[in-house]
Design a protein around this ligand. Structure first.
Ligand SMILES: *[C@@H]1O[C@H](CO)[C@@H](O)[C@H](O)[C@H]1NC(C)=O
Ligand SMILES: *[C@@H]1O[C@H](CO)[C@@H](O)[C@H](O)[C@H]1NC(C)=O
Ligand SMILES: *[C@@H]1O[C@H](CO)[C@@H](O)[C@H](O)[C@H]1NC(C)=O
Ligand SMILES: *[C@@H]1O[C@H](CO)[C@@H](O)[C@H](O)[C@H]1NC(C)=O
Length: 351
C-alpha cells in the first residue's frame, strides 16, 4: 500500500515538475513523537486502516454519505468517490495531524461545509475537492494549505479574503468552473505570496484575471473567451514561464504592443485563437503552439527574436525555440527556409 501511495505521489510530482523542488516532503516524514501513543489504533468500521501505514485512512469508493470520525493519528485521509454532501466539524475534532484530504467526486455543497470544519485543521497541506457541487471557493481555509484543487465544480464566487492568509499556497486549480470576470475583486489574490500554479482553464472569462500573485510561474487559461491581454500585463508576473491560452478569442489587436516578448516565458500555447500575424516572441522561448489561428505569412525578418549576444554564441544565446506548431493556419507553401536559419535549435516543426 505504501508503495502505491509513493507511486501516486511520484506521478503527481512528475505531473507538476515546476514546483517539485519546493513542495515539502511532508509524506516522507513520520514524526513518531507527534503521535498520540495512547491512540488504540481505532479504525472506523467503514474504512480500511493498513497496519503498515498507520497514518493513512482509506474510506474511498464505499457509497458513504457521511464522514466517519477521524482518529487522531491520521495524516492522509482518502474519501474520494462517495456520496458525501457535508463536511461537519465533529468528525475532525481529534484529527489535528491531518496533512492530506481527498474528497474528490462527492456531492459537497457550500451549505454543507460547517464554518470551522476546514480551518480547524491547522496542519493541512493538500485539499482535494474536485468534482463536487461547490458554487464558491470554501472559506475559511487552513492557513497552512499548499494545494487547493477545485476543478469541475460550479464555482462562480470567491468570498472576500478567502486567500488573504494562504501564504503557503503554491497551487490553485479552478479549472472547469463557472468563473466570470466579476468573480475577482482588487484584492482577491492578495496574500498568495507563494502561488506558482494557477489554473482557470474552462471558465467563462473574457478578460485576463487581474493582479495575479508575483510568483506565478504557470498560468493556464485555456478554453475561456479572452479577447485581449492588457498592456504591461506581464510586468506584475515577472516569473511566468508556462502560459496557456489555447481556445480563446485573441486577435492581433488584442495583444500588448510587445506581444509575447517576455524573457521569462519558456512555453507559450496560443492554439485555436484568431491571430493573423505571428506574434512577437522572446529569444528565450522554447515551445510555441500557434496552430489553428489565421496566420497567412511568416516573415522571418520580422519574427526572428533579436538577441544581445554575438553571432558566434548563437547556439547558446540565440533563439532557444525547439518546438513550433503552425498547422491549421492559412500559410501557403513554400515555407521560408530561413525559419531554420533563425531557430537553429528547432527539433520539431509542425506545419
Ligand atoms: C475524540 O477523542 C476523545 C478522547 O479520546 C473521544 O472521547 C471522542 O469520541 C473523539 N471524538 C471523535 C469525533 O472521534
Ligand atoms: C508556511 O511554510 C513555512 C515553511 O515550511 C512554515 O514554517 C510556516 O509555518 C507555514 N505557514 C503556515 C501559516 O502554516
Ligand atoms: C478545450 O476545448 C477543446 C475543444 O473542446 C478540448 O479538446 C480541450 O481538451 C479543452 N482544454 C481544456 C484545458 O479544457
Ligand atoms: C519582411 O519584412 C521586412 C521588414 O518589415 C520587409 O522589408 C520585407 O519586404 C518583408 N518580406 C516579405 C517577403 O514580405
Amino acid at each position: 500500500m505504501a508503495t502505491s501511495i509513493c507511486l501516486l505521489l511520484w506521478v503527481l510530482l512528475i505531473a507538476n515538475t515546476v514546483w517539485t523542488q519546493s513542495v515539502r516532503q511532508a509524506y516522507e516524514v513520520l514524526d513518531l513523537e507527534e503521535w498520540d501513543v495512547h491512540d488504540d489504533f481505532f479504525c472506523p468500521r467503514e474504512c480500511f486502516c493498513p497496519p503498515s501505514f498507520p497514518t493513512a485512512l482509506y474510506c474511498e469508493n464505499r457509497g458513504l454519505r457521511e464522514i466517519p470520525a477521524i482518529p487522531s493519528r491520521i495524516w492522509y485521509l482518502y474519501l474520494e468517490n462517495n456520496q458525501i454532501e457535508t463536511i461537519p466539524e465533529k468528525p475532525f475534532q481529534n484529527a489535528t495531524q491531518l496533512r492530506w484530504i481527498n474528497l474528490n467526486k462527492n456531492k459537497i455543497t457550500n451549505y454543507g461545509i460547517e464554518k470551522g470544519a476546514l480551518s480547524q485543521l491547522k496542519k493541512l497541506l493538500f485539499l482535494f475537492l474536485e468534482d463536487n457541487e461547490l458554487e464558491e471557493v470554501p472559506s475559511p481555509l487552513p492557513r497552512s494549505l499548499e494545494q487547493l484543487q477545485l476543478a469541475r465544480n460550479k464555482v462562480s464566487r470567491i468570498p472576500q479574503g478567502t486567500f488573504s492568509n494562504l501564504e503557503n499556497l503554491t497551487l490553485l486549480d479552478l479549472q472547469h468552473n463557472k468563473l466570470l470576470d466579476n468573480a475577482f475583486q482588487r484584492d482577491t489574490f492578495k496574500g498568495l505570496k507563494n502561488l506558482m500554479q494557477l489554473n482557470m482553464a474552462k471558465n467563462a472569462l473574457r478578460n485576463m484575471p487581474p493582479r495575479l500573485p508575483a510568483n506565478t510561474m504557470q498560468l493556464f487559461l485555456d478554453n475561456n473567451s479572452i479577447e485581449a491581454i492588457p498592456e504591461n500585463y506581464f510586468n506584475v508576473i515577472p516569473k511566468v514561464a508556462f502560459l496557456r491560452l489555447n481556445h480563446n478569442k485573441l486577435s492581433d489587436a488584442g495583444l500588448p504592443s510587445k506581444g509575447f516578448d517576455v524573457s521569462s516565458i519558456l512555453d507559450l500555447q496560443l492554439s485555436h485563437n484568431q491571430l493573423t500575424n505571428f506574434p512577437r516572441i522572446n529569444a528565450n522561448l522554447q515551445h510555441l503552439h500557434l496552430d489553428h489561428n489565421k496566420i497567412k505569412n511568416v516573415n522571418i525578418s520580422v519574427i526572428c527574436p533579436t538577441t544581445l549576444r554575438a553571432e558566434q554564441d548563437a547556439f547558446i544565446h540565440g533563439p532557444q525555440l525547439s518546438y513550433l506548431r503552425l498547422d491549421g493556419n492559412e500559410i501557403k507553401p513554400p515555407i521560408p527556409i530561413d525559419i531554420v536559419t533563425c531557430f537553429k535549435l528547432l527539433q520539431a516543426f509542425i506545419i
